[in-house]
Design a protein around this ligand. Structure first.
Ligand code: SAH
Length: 242
């Protein structure tokens, strides 16, 4: 208490520059408190248990993936606009999908729908390498810059129709689709490694069911459902028509 009082006094009397730096630090500290609260009030009570997922959600600065005017809202319990009529998913949905992927840290992970790059950062924390595909080049470029600024070096980007997967680096141990699909795109099943998991929202344009498909053996796939959700459209050859 005493310490912080003294610091404030020094910053106020000595220099504006120090004051600004102090303010910046204080903002970052506020956001880290907001993240902690997000995990405690939005994720744990709804059943997210994977400690690595909770740690990643506590670590990744979600506010950096939205425009500055929305920073104060970044840790609230809802999706946010990211431009181009797209959205960054609600924190709980990001945690739910990530947990369903059952990442242990050694995975080659494919993400369809980079968007802001927030989910990409969570995947990069929890996998060995992330391959991410986004159909809107401008979103991909912004996401790539944000992720580079934050220091991620284990992510490859591609501006492309992700309903076709990313053949070159297949098979993948984990595949996540963060846009709503009318059906599971066949190429994604083909590019899934044996033992691999695919998590994807499937349904009509207004509501979808979160589905996980596990490739038990080459020709054996099992399926589990994780509840209702609503995503923007997955648009492409094996998705909705533009
Ligand atoms: N995971 C993102 C959410 C982005 S919203 C985040 O954390 O911010 C879904 C994204 O999927 C949009 O950016 C949209 O442009 C993209 N998308 C839709 N269809 C796609 C396709 N066929 N291939 C790649 N990206 C696609």
């Amino acid at each position: 208490m005493h310490h912080s009082f003294v610091c404030d006094k020094i910053f106020f009397t000595r220099s504006t520059c120090l004051l600004i730096t102090a303010k910046g630090h204080r903002m970052e500290a506020d956001f880290s408190v907001a993240r902690e609260r997000m995990v405690k009030t939005q994720l744990i009570p709804r059943g997210i248990k994977d400690r690595r997922v909770l740690a990643a959600m506590k670590k990744v600065p979600r506010h950096r993936f939205v425009e500055e005017a929305l920073w104060r809202e970044a840790y609230n319990d809802h999706p946010l606009p990211i431009g181009q009529k797209q959205t960054i998913s609600q924190p709980y949905i990001v945690a739910l999908m990530t947990e369903a992927l059952e990442l242990s840290g050694n995975e080659k992970t494919l993400e369809i729908g980079t968007g802001s790059g927030y989910q990409t950062a969570i995947l990069a924390e929890l996998s060995q390498k992330v391959f991410t595909v986004e159909r809107i080049r401008q979103l991909m470029t912004t996401a790539r810059n944000t992720l580079a600024e934050l220091g991620y070096t284990n992510i490859l980007f591609k501006a492309f129709d992700g309903t076709l997967g990313w053949d070159e680096y297949a098979p993948y141990d984990a595949i996540i689709v963060t846009a709503g699909a009318p059906k599971i795109p066949e190429p994604l099943l083909e590019q899934l490694a044996e033992g691999g998991r695919l998590v994807i929202p499937v349904g009509n344009r207004f509501s979808q069911e979160m589905i996980r498909v596990t490739r038990k053996e080459k020709e054996v796939f099992t399926r589990k459902e994780f509840g209702g959700c609503r995503f923007v459209d997955l648009i492409g050859v094996h998705g909705w028509k533009p």
